[in-house]
Design a protein around this ligand. Structure first.
Ligand SMILES: *Cc1c(COP(=O)(O)O)cnc(C)c1O
Length: 402
C-alpha cells in the first residue's frame, strides 16, 4: 500500500515537541515567536505572523481590511473551498473566475471581473506553482481609479488588496525571490498534508506598501487573533503585568508552541532535505510521463515561476470525468492512493445552490475532469515512485485501451 501524503515525523520532530512540553510553555510563546522570525527571514519579509490555519489567518486579513457585505472578492473557481469560504464568512461575494492550462488564475478573466466593488483578489498557487502574482499586482494597480474604499485600510491602500493563497507553495519563488515578497499579503498553510507542517497551522507574510507600518500590522493581527486582548499570555506572565484591555471583539486563532516546535524542525531542513527530495520525486514522474502522449504532465516551473513540488497533478489527455474516476479506482486496486485536486467550487452543493455553475468555467472543468494527483512525500522511495507510475499506466490502459 502506498499512501498519498503522510507527514514526515521522526525522532527530531518528537524530541522538539517533547522539549516544548517539558518547558512548561505550551501555548503561544518563545517557540512561536522564534518560528515567526525564521519564517520572515526565509521569505525575505519584515514581519510574519504564525496562526492556527491558513483559513483563519486569511479570514483575519479580510476582516482587517474591512471587507464585508456589498464587497466582491475575486477567486479562481479551481481551488479548495477555503479560498471562497472565508469570503462568505465576512459576508462578501466570491466572484469566481476561470483558470489557465497551468491551473492558476486567468489574469484576463480576473480583469474582466473587476468592478468598483472589488476589494480583494485571491490568486491560488495550485500544486505549488505560483500564480502570476506580479500580473495580478499590476491588475490591482489598474483598478485604482475605479476603487471605492470604505475602511481606513482600504483608503490607505487605494486599490484592491492582493492576498495570495500560497497554501501549497511555501518556498516557491518568482524571479528568484521566495514567495511572500510579491503579493500584499501571502498566506501559507501548515496543515498535515502540506509541504511544511505544524499538524495544523498557517502564517501570513506581510509585504504591504510603505504607507503601512509592518510592525504595527503584526501587533494588530496578534490582537485580532487573541480575543482583541491588548496583551498575550506571555506578556501577562511578567510579574505584576496582569492588567489588559480589550479593544475589539477579536477572534481566537493563535499558534501554540507545540505546533511551532514541529515547524521549527520542518523549517530547518526544508531547503536542504524536503524540497530536494520532493523535486527528485516530481522529476522522476516527469521523466516517466513526459514522452507518453496519453498524459499531460504538470508544469513544475514556468519562466520566472518556480514551484514548490507540493502536488504532482497529472492529467489523462483524453479521459472523461467518468473515465478518470474509473482510472483512480483501478489505481486503488493496485494498492496506490491518489487524489483529485480539487473538485471545483461551482460543483460543490453549497456553491451550486448559490447559483455558481461549472458551465461558466470551461477550463476549470476540462482540467479537473482529467486530473489525478500522485503521491509526493519525503519518505517515498524511487522504487515506490516507479510502482506508482506502473499502476497509473496500467490503470489507464485498462480503462482507456492501449
Ligand atoms: C489547505 C488549503 C487551504 C486551507 O488551509 P488550512 O491551513 O487547512 O486552513 C486553503 N487553500 C488551499 C488551496 C489549500 O489547499
Amino acid at each position: 500500500m502506498i499512501p498519498f501524503s503522510p507527514p514526515r515525523i521522526d525522532e527530531r520532530t518528537i524530541e522538539e515537541v517533547a522539549a516544548a512540553l517539558r518547558s512548561g510553555w505550551i501555548t503561544t510563546g518563545p517557540r512561536t515567536k522564534a518560528f515567526e522570525k525564521k519564517l520572515a527571514a526565509y521569505c525575505g519579509v519584515e514581519q510574519v505572523i504564525a496562526l492556527n490555519a491558513w483559513t483563519n489567518a486569511a479570514e483575519l486579513v479580510l476582516r482587517w481590511a474591512g471587507i464585508g457585505p456589498g464587497d466582491e472578492v475575486i477567486v479562481p473557481a479551481y481551488t479548495y473551498c477555503a479560498t471562497a469560504n472565508i469570503v462568505m464568512h465576512v459576508g462578501a461575494k466570491p466572484v469566481m473566475v476561470d483558470v489557465k492550462d497551468d491551473f492558476t488564475m486567468d489574469v484576463e478573466a480576473a480583469r474582466a471581473a473587476i468592478t468598483a466593488d472589488t476589494k480583494c483578489i485571491i490568486p491560488v498557487d495550485i500544486g505549488g506553482l505560483p500564480a502570476d502574482v506580479p500580473a495580478i499586482m499590476r491588475l490591482a494597480e489598474e483598478a485604482r481609479s475605479a476603487f471605492t474604499p470604505d475602511s481606513d485600510v482600504q483608503k490607505l491602500l487605494g486599490r484592491p488588496l492582493v492576498l495570495s493563497d500560497a497554501a501549497h507553495s511555501f518556498g516557491a519563488a518568482i524571479a528568484g525571490k521566495k514567495l511572500g515578497t510579491q503579493a500584499d499579503i501571502t498566506g501559507f498553510s501548515f496543515h498535515a498534508v502540506k509541504n511544511l507542517t505544524t499538524a495544523e497551522g498557517g502564517a501570513l507574510a506581510f509585504n504591504l506598501p510603505s504607507a503601512f507600518d509592518a510592525e504595527a500590522i503584526y501587533r494588530a493581527f496578534n490582537v485580532m487573533s487573541l480575543h482583541g486582548q491588548s496583551k498575550d499570555a506571555l506578556a501577562k506572565t511578567q510579574p505584576g503585568a496582569w492588567r489588559y484591555d480589550v479593544t475589539i471583539a477579536g477572534w481566537k486563532c493563535n499558534m501554540t508552541d507545540l505546533q511551532a516546535a514541529i515547524g521549527l524542525i520542518e523549517l530547518e531542513r526544508y531547503d536542504i532535505e524536503t524540497l530536494p527530495r520532493r523535486r527528485a520525486i516530481c522529476e522522476r514522474y516527469q521523466a516517466a510521463f513526459a514522452g507518453d502522449d496519453r498524459f499531460v504532465p504538470p508544469a513544475l516551473a514556468d519562466g520566472e515561476r518556480q514551484g514548490s513540488y507540493h502536488l504532482y497533478m497529472l492529467r489523462v489527455a483524453q479521459a472523461t470525468e467518468a473515465q478518470r474516476d474509473a482510472i483512480i479506482a483501478a489505481i486503488a486496486e493496485r494498492g496506490v492512493s491518489v487524489n483529485v485536486h480539487f473538485i471545483p467550487m461551482p460543483m460543490l452543493s453549497y456553491y451550486k445552490e448559490l447559483g455558481y455553475a461549472i458551465a461558466d468555467y470551461p477550463n476549470t472543468y476540462r482540467h479537473y475532469s482529467r486530473e489525478i494527483s500522485l503521491p509526493v512525500y519525503f519518505d517515498l522511495t524511487d522504487a515506490q515512485v516507479d510502482e506508482v507510475v506502473k499502476a497509473v499506466k496500467d490503470a489507464a490502459e485498462q480503462v482507456m485501451g492501449a
